[in-house]
Design a protein around this ligand. Structure first.
Ligand code: ATR
Length: 269
């Protein structure tokens, strides 16, 4: 899907994904496939919204009759602050990816969607995890992983940001100075490095052979993070299944219907 609209030129539709950049997003094809499977006549589009125009753009889409929007990079913290009615998880992590324009409520289906994918990648019980990053995405995943009983260590390029994240969330988690994956079952890349085609210098040679490398970003090519992990002989997982899982949860939150996961997965490719 390479079609997106500038927010001022957005067509009449029911749902959208907002971000900047956004033309690469698979969300429209995933949601549109879900509506077809459910026999719903809804339209879901991708709309480019620069962060400084977020409030104005959301108001405009609401006036056009949009019922809800997903938001992605770099709008997730803005969405949490914008919402008059954030759920508990959004209030706690300060990041939202799904908003309802009928009541200005907000939720975060990224974190729950990520947790949904863990059994299928081989993590079905609480495990030792190395989480990379300290931005909005990492905050949401850290809270969800801790809630799920996982034992998490955090590494971030700027350690102060990781310490701040841990303090803000009030969790007891070690912030490590080197990205050393020794003894962990899962290494999760929640940094935005892959979006810039950059890697995170994980010391893969110290990982156990069964360690899983999971990048929450997705693309046609493996990210440098996953390429390096794969070269180290590890199992690699990209963010495509998480994208489908969060889309399914968003649809269920908006419409109160069971999402047609298989159709959504097929559309994602
Ligand atoms: P998001 O909403 O996607 O989480 P963000 O809040 O801007 O985005 O956070 C980006 C995260 O990716 C941060 O943890 C950032 O590290 P710093 O705190 O040191 O800035 C991390 N990050 C971004 N580019 C990176 C790179 N090239 N290598 C390693 N970490 C990177």
């Amino acid at each position: 899907m390479d079609k997106s609209f500038e927010w001022r030129k957005a067509p009449r539709a029911h749902f959208a994904v907002l971000g900047d950049p956004i033309s690469h997003s698979l969300s429209p094809v995933i949601h549109q496939a879900a509506y077809s499977a459910l026999g719903l006549e809804y339209k879901y589009v991708a709309v480019r919204v620069p962060p400084e125009e977020f409030g104005e753009a959301v108001q405009h889409l609401s006036d056009l009759g949009y019922q809800g929007v997903n938001v992605t990079v770099p709008l997730k913290s803005l969405a949490a602050r914008w919402s008059k009615n954030p759920d508990k998880f959004v209030a706690r992590v300060g990041a939202a990816n799904t908003i309802n324009l009928l009541d200005n409520s907000a939720t975060n289906t990224d974190a729950a969607g990520f947790m949904d994918t863990l059994p299928a990648v081989g993590v079905w019980s609480p495990a030792p995890v190395l989480l990379l990053g300290a931005g909005g995405a990492a905050r949401a995943l850290l809270a969800a992983l801790i809630d799920g009983g996982h034992r998490v260590k955090v590494y971030n390029r700027t350690p102060e940001n990781a310490k701040q994240m841990v303090a803000d969330l009030g969790v007891k988690v070690e912030v490590i100075k080197e990205p050393n994956p020794e003894g962990v079952a899962l290494v999760v890349n929640a940094t935005s490095a892959s979006l810039d085609d950059e890697s995170v210098p994980v010391q893969w040679h110290r990982a156990d052979r069964k360690t899983i490398a999971y990048d929450i970003s997705y693309g046609k090519e493996l990210s440098p993070f996953l390429l390096n992990a794969g070269l180290g002989g590890l199992k690699v997982v990209d963010g495509l299944e998480m994208l489908v899982a969060q889309a399914a949860r968003s649809l269920e939150w908006w419409l109160g219907m069971v999402a047609p996961l298989d159709a959504m997965r097929r559309a994602a490719g």
